[in-house]
Design a protein around this ligand. Structure first.
Ligand code: THU
Length: 129
């Protein structure tokens, strides 16, 4: 199975678990790390709307909880949408562990629609030190 196929399958499985009763917009995300591991996540919404969070954030949480700080080699996001790119906050969160060249594959339910680099999605990320 190719790297993208494995990421797609992981994101698809996670998306099936999405808790999105308010937006009815389920999202799955998967991250490939430098150690070759894939971490996936779904969006988790809340009755108090701003308290919910995105699929990419869940995937990053799984990654850090199991591997600590590790380089993100590739990201895949999937939703039943024309182009579900990561939100601004998730771009900055991904940038903490990835770099400008890291590919972000944006998918619908059938496959990859468009691939960006993280640098294209988030030029001039905030850097504290
Ligand atoms: N969402 C994600 O999980 N990832 C994205 O890349 C875009 C948006 C979620 C947040 C919310 O639960 C729902 O999609 C609608 O905005």
């Amino acid at each position: 199975m190719s790297e993208i196929d494995a990421l797609f399958q992981a994101a698809k499985n996670a998306r099936e678990k999405a808790h999105a009763p308010y937006s009815d917009f389920a999202v799955g995300a998967a991250i490939l790390t430098a150690s070759g591991t894939i971490h996936a996540g779904c969006n988790v919404e809340n009755a108090s709307f701003p308290e919910g969070w995105c699929a990419e954030t869940t995937a990053l949480g799984h990654m850090v909880a199991s591997e600590g700080k590790v380089r993100v080699e590739a990201v895949l996001v999937m939703a039943d949408a024309a182009l579900c790119t990561p939100c601004g906050g998730c771009r900055q969160r991904l940038a903490e562990f990835a770099d400008d060249t890291t590919p972000v594959h944006v998918c619908d339910t059938k496959g990859v629609v468009q691939t960006f680099t993280l640098g294209e999605l988030l030029p001039h990320k905030f850097v504290l030190k």
